[in-house]
Design a protein around this ligand. Structure first.
Ligand code: VAH
Length: 326
C-alpha cells in the first residue's frame, strides 16, 4: 500500500517555481503540512506568514536531515537548482548544488522511508544531436551545458533509486516556465519572462536571443498542475519516473513580441544575442509529451494568447499600483 503524502518539504521555495508551488501545496494540503526551505535568499512575507520556513543547504546532507526529522517529512518536492545560464558561469557550483543536492535528497528519502519524491528535469537534458522538432520521450541525451549534464545525471540517478531501492520518484522535463510572481533565477528562457515586465514598464525590450529562436514553454499554472497531478497517480501506473516530457506551447521570441503588441501596440523589441543563444540553439523547438498524457493524463490549459492576456493584466495592475518590483 503506497504511503500517504502528509508532511511535505519543498526545496528551492524562494525560487521561481518553488515559491508558487509551496503556496499551491499549502492551499491543497494545509499550511502547516508544507515546509518551505531556502538556502540564503530571504523569503517573502507571504511565504513566511503562511507556514513553516527553514534555511538548509541541499549540498550538505545533515541540514536536510535536521528538518526532515524536526517536521517528520514524508514527501519532498526538490526544486532547488542552479539553472543553465548561471551554471555556465559557475559549473562547479552547478554540479555541487544540482548533483550533490539531488544525491543527498535521494539518500535522505531512502533512510527516512519517504512516501514519494518529486525531482524535476528539464528540456536542458537534450542537446544538439537530439531531434529538435517534436522531441521524443526516448531519445539522445547529450546536453552541452553543465546544467543539462546534471539533469541527465539526475534522471539516471532517480531511475537507479527507483529500480535498486524501490523509491517512489516522479518528475517532468519542464520547458521554459513563465510567471509574474517570482523572477526566474538565471536561466536561458528568462527572456520570455523579462519581456512582459519590460513591455509594461518601458514599452520596449532588448532580447538576448534571436527573433527566430523557438523553444517549448509553459505558463506557471500549468507547471504547478503538472507537479501536483503527477504525484497523485498510482505509481504502479507509470512506465517513466522523473523524466516525463511536458509542454504546453512552442513559440519564437518574435512571435512572443507580436502577441504582446496585440495588447501594447507601441511595444518594440530588439534582438542582441549573447552567450545564451548557443544554449537555446541546443534545446528542442518543440516536445512530444504523449507519454505524460497517456500515463498520468497530462493536459495543459494555457496557450500563448491566454498566457499573454493573463500576464499583462496582472503586470499592468501591479504597475498601476506601483508594485511592479522589477
Ligand atoms: C533555464 N528556465 O533556462 C530554465 C529551464 C528549460 C529551461 O530549465 O535554465
Amino acid at each position: 500500500m503506497a504511503k500517504e503524502m502528509t508532511k511535505i518539504m519543498v526545496t528551492g521555495s524562494v525560487g521561481q517555481i518553488g515559491s508558487e508551488l509551496t503556496m499551491a501545496l499549502r492551499k491543497k494540503y494545509g499550511n502547516d503540512n508544507v515546509l518551505a526551505t531556502g538556502h540564503k535568499t530571504k523569503p517573502s512575507p507571504e511565504l513566511c506568514d503562511s507556514g513553516p520556513f527553514e534555511f538548509i543547504n541541499v549540498a550538505q546532507k545533515e541540514t536536510i536531515e535536521e528538518v526532515v526529522k524536526k517536521y517528520n517529512i514524508d514527501t519532498i518536492y526538490h526544486l532547488s537548482a542552479i539553472l543553465s545560464a548561471v551554471g555556465e558561469k559557475n559549473p562547479k557550483l552547478c554540479w555541487d548544488v544540482n548533483m550533490n543536492g539531488t544525491y543527498n535528497i535521494l539518500e535522505v528519502a531512502l533512510e527516512h522511508e519517504m512516501a514519494r519524491i518529486f525531482i524535476p528535469s528539464s528540456i536542458a537534458a537534450f542537446g544538439p544531436e537530439t531531434p529538435l522538432d517534436n522531441t521524443p520521450q526516448e531519445t539522445i541525451l547529450r546536453p552541452k551545458t553543465m546544467y543539462g549534464v546534471t539533469k541527465v545525471a539526475g534522471e539516471l540517478l532517480c531511475d537507479y533509486y527507483v529500480k535498486r531501492f524501490g523509491l517512489d520518484i516522479r518528475g517532468c522535463r519542464y520547458p521554459g516556465i513563465i510567471s509574474y510572481e517570482t523572477l526566474p533565477g538565471g536561466g536561458t528562457t528568462d527572456y520570455a519572462v523579462a519581456i512582459y515586465f519590460e513591455a509594461v514598464k518601458n514599452k520596449k525590450y532588448t532580447c538576448f536571443v534571436r527573433e527566430d529562436t523557438r523553444l517549448p514553454m509553459m505558463y506557471m499554472p500549468d507547471c504547478l498542475k503538472a507537479a501536483i497531478d503527477i504525484m497523485e497517480i498510482d505509481f504502479s501506473q507509470l512506465k517513466h519516473h522523473s523524466d516525463f516530457n511536458v509542454s504546453a506551447m512552442s513559440f519564437s521570441a518574435g512571435e512572443l513580441a507580436d502577441e504582446i503588441k496585440k495588447f501594447i501596440p507601441e511595444f518594440t523589441c530588439e534582438y542582441e544575442p549573447d552567450f545564451r543563444q548557443d544554449i537555446a540553439d541546443s534545446w528542442p523547438n518543440s516536445l512530444d509529451d504523449s507519454a505524460a498524457r497517456e500515463e498520468w493524463g497530462w493536459e495543459p490549459s494555457y496557450d500563448l494568447a491566454a498566457m499573454t492576456k493573463d500576464m499583462l493584466e496582472a503586470l499592468t495592475k501591479r504597475h498601476a499600483e506601483g508594485k511592479l518590483n522589477y
